[in-house]
Structures are given as structure tokens and as C-alpha cells.
Design a protein around this ligand. Sequence first.
Ligand SMILES: [Mg+2]
Length: 126
Amino acid sequence: MSELVIAVDFDGTCVTHDYPYIGSDIGAVPVLKELTDAGYRLVLNTMRSGRLEKDAVRWFKDNNIPLYGVNKNPDQKSWTASTKVYANLYIDDSALGVPLKNSPTSTRPFVDWEQVREWLVKEGYL
Ligand SMILES: [Mg+2]
């Protein structure tokens, strides 16, 4: 059981790029559930704010994926005043090296969760 924190972006990472709407499923749900079942703490790390942030939080709720924090790691206040979300691992479609996938129905590439899961297994996270 791990208590590591994983920061996860939303648009292009959990779903296709459809901001300000909620994008389509791209296979993130089973992998994120596997991570939370294994004890990882997920922090939603998104540029969405206000109502749009709430829409993203609802997506996690609707998919039964518990969130440890939203745009902040609740633990980090005790040791830093930084506004950067502290995490042990960041999953973000804009991150260097993250595997991406294209689809004819999407204008921008999004996270390839099959490859992310393979990486998580290979590196011992799952
Ligand atoms: Mg993104």
C-alpha cells in the first residue's frame, strides 16, 4: 500500500481536449482506479477554476475515483509556502516524455493510458 501522491492534469490527460466541456473517455478511469486502490493519493492538478474545476471534480466523483486534493496537496502547507502542487509523480499531457495518442475525433493528442500503465508497472508503481 503506497501513500505516494500522484498529481494528475485533466484536459488531454483524463479526457480528450474539449475545454471548457468535459472531453471523452480515453481509458484513464481504470488506471486511476487501480492507482487509488493501491493506496496512491491523487491530486487533481488543472488550470480549470471555479465552475469548470467543479465539473472536473464531479468527473472523478462520477467515476468513483477518490481525490486527495484539488489544485493543492493538503499536506504541503506544513513545510512550504510554494503554490506548486507537491507530488511524487505528475501525469500531464504537456509533460515531456508522456506517451500521447492521436484520434481522428480529437484535434489534439491526449495521454495514452495503455502505455502509461505499462510504464507504471515497469517502474514498480503497480
Ligand atoms: Mg492538459
